[in-house]
Design a protein around this ligand. Structure first.
Ligand code: SAM
Length: 463
């Protein structure tokens, strides 16, 4: 009973939590396996941001319980946000689940599995499900272990904070992730140094509202927020070539952060800046503490710091009360910012949030229409911005083989995916790539300079 498969739903934070659980389990002697068909323990690390994500995980768990009926030793656990949100209530729908572990208890998973294994080996009758969704002081400090793999990991994720104290009327995250808690800056920097020593060249700092990092724990010094202080320290780590972060809040973009984009070249020319809506009326109803004018001012200040700055965002369409005119404001804002990329979400009712009981819920048909209309605006803008790069030379961090295994892939400083021929020895290096053609989301090009002419024989890209 030691082969564990972890299936992750949702955001990069969930991916990072899963990796930390996997690393803790491996240190305890469990084998982490890629196939869900050949495992003894299956852990679903879940997402609650939208109802569809919860329904998907519940459907999957229901399906897996059928397997459990044929194999009583098979262990099924539900971890993360949905476990936190629904707790023991999940057992009404999924009575035979073995483990329900919330977002502040990931580090307890190895103990719970050890106990289950010991009980099964001793022939003890199957007991009640373990449900652990309590709060735990310091739990933010437990997401720190990384998996060692045979391949060099060029891009690594580092959790800097858990929880969220914002008050967005649509969002369930403060319930599922709890209060905002930051990790000590020294621990984060040490983790980045270790990752750099193991071959990481790009670090993505993760949190629900990263720009609020450390605001209760560290003073602003000389007008510089703790988050920007942290960026400065990670920027100084030798071996790290690029720093990204997600997800920030527009509120955190003051002069100190705009200036960081001029003074810290490792930040590149990309910002993810969630806007949610382009209508001031809807922003107020969402309890977002900025206006469209302020948002556009932030965009302008970042473009002043870095003229080539590329933006991505999160947008919710069909928030309660959103009229055609509100939606047109969002469409116009998208055109004004000229995003490279956006996650567009149809508003999803989350029980217990203020927006769930607001009047003027928008019918699904209208939400879908607005979703499609906005996707089209973004697709056209993104393609235009991509094609403008044809003929330019972009600095690309080589991450590894592409999906076909025939070429290599990496990202530009502005976070665009690029595909090109290279050689395995260039993985982890910054290389110049001349862009020959572009699709909406991918650039295709050739190495230039000293490494030009490095051909990849078919199949040779696998490391
Ligand atoms: N830092 C981000 C911000 O500024 O709010 C929060 C990231 S949140 C976990 C990810 C995204 O999910 C949000 O930006 C929002 O667009 C989307 N989202 C959250 N609640 C939603 C809901 N009820 N319906 C649809 N989308 C939602």
């Amino acid at each position: 009973m030691n082969r564990v498969h972890i299936k992750t739903y949702g955001c990069q934070m969930n991916e990072r939590d899963s990796e930390a659980v996997a690393a803790m389990l491996r240190a305890r002697g469990y084998r982490i396996v890629a196939s869900e068909d050949d495992c003894d323990v299956l852990l679903l690390n879940t997402c609650s941001v939208r109802d569809a994500a919860e329904q998907k995980a519940i459907g999957k768990a229901g399906h897996l319980l059928a397997r459990k009926r044929g194999d009583p030793d098979f262990v099924l656990g539900i971890l993360g946000c949905m476990a936190q949100n629904r707790g023991a209530g999940l057992l009404d729908r999924l009575p035979d689940v073995d483990l329900i572990v919330g977002t502040q208890k990931f580090h307890r998973v190895p103990d719970y599995l050890d106990n289950l294994r010991a009980a099964r080996e001793a022939g003890a009758p199957v007991g009640e499900a373990v449900v652990d969704i309590g709060e735990e002081a310091g739990s933010q400090n437990t997401i720190r272990d990384h998996m060692e793999g045979p391949d060099r990991r060029v891009c690594a994720f580092v959790s800097i904070q858990q929880g969220c104290n914002m008050d967005c009327s649509f969002c369930i995250v403060p319930t599922t992730r709890g209060d905002e808690r930051s990790r000590p800056m020294d621990d984060i920097v040490r983790e980045c140094e270790d990752l750099a020593a193991r071959g990481a060249r790009e670090i993505t700092l993760l949190g629900q509202i990263v720009t609020s990092y450390g605001r209760r724990d560290y003073p602003h010094t000389g007008g510089v927020s703790p988050f920007v202080q942290l960026l400065g320290r990670v920027n100084a780590v030798a071996g790290i070539e690029r720093i990204r972060f997600t997800s920030p809040h527009p509120r955190g973009f003051r002069q100190d952060l705009a200036r960081a984009y001029s003074s810290m070249p490792k930040l590149g020319e990309h910002v993810h800046l969630p806007v949610q809506s382009g209508s001031n009326r809807i922003l107020r109803a969402m309890r977002r503490p900025y206006t469209r004018e302020r948002y556009l001012e932030i965009v302008a200040s970042l473009r002043a710091a870095q003229p080539a700055m590329a933006f991505s965002t999160d947008i919710i369409v069909g928030f309660p009360g959103e009229t055609d005119s509100d939606f047109e404001d969002t469409r116009a804002l998208c055109e004004a910012v000229d995003y490279d990329m956006a996650y567009i979400f149809k508003y999803s009712v989350r029980s217990g949030t203020p927006a769930a009981s607001m009047p003027g819920q928008v019918p699904e048909g209208v939400r879908e229409e607005r979703n499609q209309a906005l996707l089209e605006v973004l697709r056209a803008g993104s393609l235009r911005r991509s094609q403008a790069l044809v003929g330019t030379v972009q600095e690309v961090l080589v991450e590894g083989p592409d999906r076909t295994g025939l070429r290599f892939t990496g990202r530009t400083r502005a976070n665009r995916a690029a595909v090109f021929e290279a050689a395995p020895r260039l993985v982890g290096h910054l290389v110049p790539v001349e862009i020959a053609r572009a699709s909406v989301s991918t650039l295709y090009g050739e190495l230039v300079g000293a490494d030009a002419g490095l051909q990849t024989a078919p199949g040779a890209a696998s490391l």
